[in-house]
Design a protein. Structure first.
Length: 138
């Protein structure tokens, strides 16, 4: 379906799929959309910042876990129309695998952060289940 997009604003975001010991790291969203739902750590790419650098920054801000940008591998770009109820968002997702579970600490706009077993994922916000499924090494 084609709609008039002459005034469409496209926002640029980055997400992280962090694996360890058969788990994926998720955050509980602190505000809408999807307040209270579980999602991947991520957020807006700042002016002058690459999506790779934004993914490492957002991971640390929202979970307290540091993974150097050089250790993150790109999963792909996710740009389906309607993936975010606020409007058009394009997200580049990155992944990494830690050798063991590291205790997360929720911060920034996350009200909680925890490791979820891959075989017991809750109903994730946005299209994050699709992003997790697309990430290698799951």
């Amino acid at each position: 379906m084609i709609t008039d997009t002459t005034d469409e604003t496209i926002r640029y975001t980055a997400d992280v799929v962090l694996f360890a010991a058969g788990h994926v790291l998720l955050i509980e969203r602190g505000w809408d959309p999807f307040k209270g739902r579980w999602a991947l750590p991520g957020g807006h790419v700042d002016t002058g910042e690459s999506s790779l650098d934004a993914s490492a920054r957002e991971l640390e801000e929202e979970t307290g876990i540091t993974v150097p940008a050089a250790d993150l591998r790109q999963v792909g770009a996710f740009d389906a129309v309607g993936r975010d109820p606020r409007g058009r968002y394009v997200s580049v997702a990155y992944t990494a695998t830690l050798p063991a579970l590291v205790e997360p600490t929720a911060g920034d706009d996350a009200t909680a952060a925890r490791w979820w077993p891959l075989d017991a994922l809750s109903d994730l916000a946005f299209d994050h289940a699709e992003i997790v499924a697309a990430a290698p090494n799951r």
